[in-house]
Design a protein around this ligand. Structure first.
Ligand SMILES: Nc1ncnc2c1ncn2[C@@H]1O[C@H](COP(=O)(O)OP(=O)(O)OP(=O)(O)O)[C@@H](O)[C@H]1O
Ligand SMILES: [Mg+2]
Length: 233
């Protein structure tokens, strides 16, 4: 579904991505783990055309989308739940969700909204609340829910569990699995390597802009290097 090859990104003099490759098969959950500053968010920004590429290619469903404008990439069926609770603070929960559903008919919108509410009942309870007054965890759920409103084929999730209480983390990971079972392919960026590798079919470990390791989630979980560096063993 997604094929990324030899991606290079510079921020001024900083070589942030140094030839990243990754591939995401349809129907899978693929995770990208790595320390702070490894380049994970930059990979997502590169996929959706939000940073200038200094090299490499991105192919989505057989179509080369390298250097295409962001709005065109999104229209192909890619949705992003960005890092750090980027929701529209002054709009209500429902209005935020409406903005995610930019291309649906009224009937499709209702159906999608029901689905997002069933994944995150809290959002339905708070639908008229101004998003800026939601708790951090609730804002994170809203960012995820908003990404799902467009019926994406591929969802890019940037640290959806960051800063959440353990029970809420569980809820978010259950939602990711459910979204995947219902047909969406997932690229999941996480600091919570244990949880991410547990649900992922395949994983990549990023170190300073390079893929240091890759393999099936279950194998990476057993890998000594991963255990030492990311699982606190
Ligand atoms: N706009 C920018 N200008 C300059 N440097 C940047 C910019 N954005 C990111 N960087 C640098 O690029 C590197 C990769 O950043 P990135 O945000 O992709 O890391 P990350 O893996 O997502 O980290 P984290 O886990 O902390 O979110 C970092 O060294 C960061 O300081
Ligand atoms: Mg990041």
């Amino acid at each position: 579904m997604l094929e990324v090859d030899d991606l290079h990104v510079y921020y001024g003099g900083i070589h942030a991505l140094k030839g990243i490759h990754l591939s995401v098969d349809e129907g899978r959950i693929v995770t990208l783990i790595g320390a702070n500053g490894a380049g994970k968010t930059t990979v997502i920004r590169a996929i959706v055309g939000l940073v200038k590429l200094n090299g490499g290619s991105i192919v989505f469903r057989g179509k080369d989308i390298t250097r295409h404008p962001t709005h065109q990439i999104i229209r192909q069926g890619i949705a992003v739940s960005p890092e750090g609770r980027h929701v529209f603070q002054n709009l209500s929960v429902l209005e935020n969700l409406e903005l995610g559903a930019y291309k649906l008919s009224t009937a499709e919108f209702r159906e999608q909204l029901e689905w997002v509410y069933s994944l995150f009942p809290r959002l339905e309870e708070r639908k008229i609340q101004v998003a800026g007054t939601l708790s951090g965890g609730e804002q994170q759920m809203l960012a995820f829910g908003r990404a799902l409103m467009s019926r994406p084929r591929l969802v890019l999730l940037d640290e959806p569990s960051l800063g959440l209480a353990p029970l809420v983390v569980e809820e978010v990971f259950r939602a990711i699995e459910q979204v995947n079972r219902q047909g969406a392919t997932i690229l999941l960026i996480e600091q919570n390597a244990m949880a991410a590798l547990t649900i992922a079919h395949y994983g990549y470990v990023l170190e300073t802009g390079k893929v240091a390791l890759e393999g099936p989630g279950a194998e990476l979980l057993k890998d000594e290097r991963v255990r030492n560096a990311y699982l606190g063993d």
